[in-house]
Design a protein around this ligand. Structure first.
Ligand code: IMP
Ligand code: MG
Length: 175
């Protein structure tokens, strides 16, 4: 890791409030339905757990892991399934929960793959979005925050596998 420090971008309470709002919106939008959250590991896990607690519906969860990044801050463009879902999503209202959308490569690949498994519906929820970095077009249904092109950590997001446990969203400043 290069020499750096982390500055707070969105503090713990701010993030908690935003996730509560997102949960309330999702609860309204899916009224009368059961919702199946698909978490993209590892980064999406912290967000998904908090979001799930703010959705007032029958919620089931599953996890999958795809990799598009090495130990660097730049996308390699390679997407591979490291761990697939445990359960079928056929006929379910699936909401994919991601930590961040950057180039969009990971999500566009993943969404196409999930669509082929015939869910009743398929939507995407992300805590953070960097629209200026988009290489592949992706429809995002729920976004916590749109951020500029800066490298962020915390709340599940890592820099070389560190900082996922920060209870706030920070950005990395290279000294
Ligand atoms: P995409 O395919 O370029 O959209 O890659 C998205 C993935 O890249 C995310 O799920 C993260 O794992 C990682 N990523 C992108 N930007 C950041 C960042 O600012 N901090 C930490 N991880 C990031
Ligand atoms: Mg991720």
């Amino acid at each position: 890791m290069e020499k750096h420090h982390v500055e707070v971008l969105y503090d713990e309470k701010t993030v908690a409030d935003r996730i509560r709002e997102m949960g309330e919106q999702i609860t309204k939008d899916y009224a009368g339905k059961d919702i199946h959250l698909v978490c993209v590991l590892k980064g999406g896990s912290f967000f998904m757990v908090e979001l799930a607690k703010r959705i007032d519906l029958n919620v089931s969860i599953d996890f999958m892991s795809v990799s598009s990044y090495g130990g660097d801050t730049k996308s390699s463009g390679v997407v591979k399934i490291v761990k697939d879902l445990d359960d079928s999503i056929a006929g379910k209202h699936v909401l994919v929960v991601e930590d961040i959308i950057d180039s969009g490569r990971t999500l566009s690949y993943l969404l196409q793959m999930l669509k082929d498994r015939n869910p009743a519906s398929l939507k995407l929820c992300t805590l953070l979005d960097k629209p200026s970095r988009r290489v592949v077009d992706v429809d995002v249904d729920y976004t916590g925050y749109e951020i500029p092109d800066t490298f962020v950590v915390g709340y599940g997001l890592d820099y070389d596998q560190v900082y996922r446990n920060l209870p706030y969203i920070g950005h990395v400043v290279f000294d």
